[in-house]
Ligand binder design. Structure first.
Ligand code: ATP
Ligand code: MG
Length: 159
């Protein structure tokens, strides 16, 4: 299904905003460039929610931003938080099932370590690409690249 990602993200943002607000985190959405992609909206919503859930759990205030832009022939969806960050040497493992960075984190924040493994599965199933950048004490940024579908003028002939 060809979905306009800006509107898609806006709907998720509207639902998530009060939840972040209640935790003292400012949630922002930047629709820098509009972009269409062929996605399963229910599954991609799960992806965004899992990443947002981490931003919420592993941040103590600050701002979380959702950004939509284009990169080459892809739609680029980036979720950045100002949370505690992930140690460099752990990043290769965080997409593994049941992997969690520290035991102490699990006691404080709950969760079983499935969120990002589901994210990876769904992004892979869409033929997309997943990138993560993180710095301890600064924050984490997760980017999802999905092939852009161009909604050309010809699609509107006869309207
Ligand atoms: P679940 O998602 O199943 O509730 P979880 O959040 O622990 O549990 P994942 O979402 O798969 O599991 O994340 C794996 C680990 O990566 C987390 O335990 C956490 O240590 C680390 N992590 C993930 N996202 C972030 C983030 N935004 N900031 C800091 N650490 C993160
Ligand atoms: Mg999680």
């Amino acid at each position: 299904e060809d979905i306009q990602l800006g509107d898609f993200l806006q709907t998720i943002f509207d639902k998530a905003y009060p939840v972040f607000s209640n935790s003292g985190i400012e949630l922002k959405l930047y629709r820098k460039q509009e972009c269409y992609a062929n996605i399963d909206p229910l599954r991609l919503e799960q992806v965004v929610l899992n990443v947002l859930d981490n931003a919420l759990k592993y941040s103590d205030g600050g701002t979380t931003t959702i950004e939509l832009s284009k990169k080459d022939n892809n739609c680029k969806l980036t979720i950045s938080d100002q949370g505690k960050g992930i140690p460099d040497d752990q990043i290769p493992y965080i997409f593994d099932r049941l992997y969690r960075v520290e035991k102490s984190r699990s006691r404080l924040t709950g969760g079983v370590g499935l969120g990002l493994s589901i994210v990876k599965e769904i992004v892979d199933a869409h033929g997309g690409e997943l990138k993560i950048c993180s710095e301890i004490g600064v924050g984490t940024s997760v980017s999802i690249l999905l092939k852009e579908v161009s909604i050309g003028e010809t699609n509107f002939i006869g309207r």
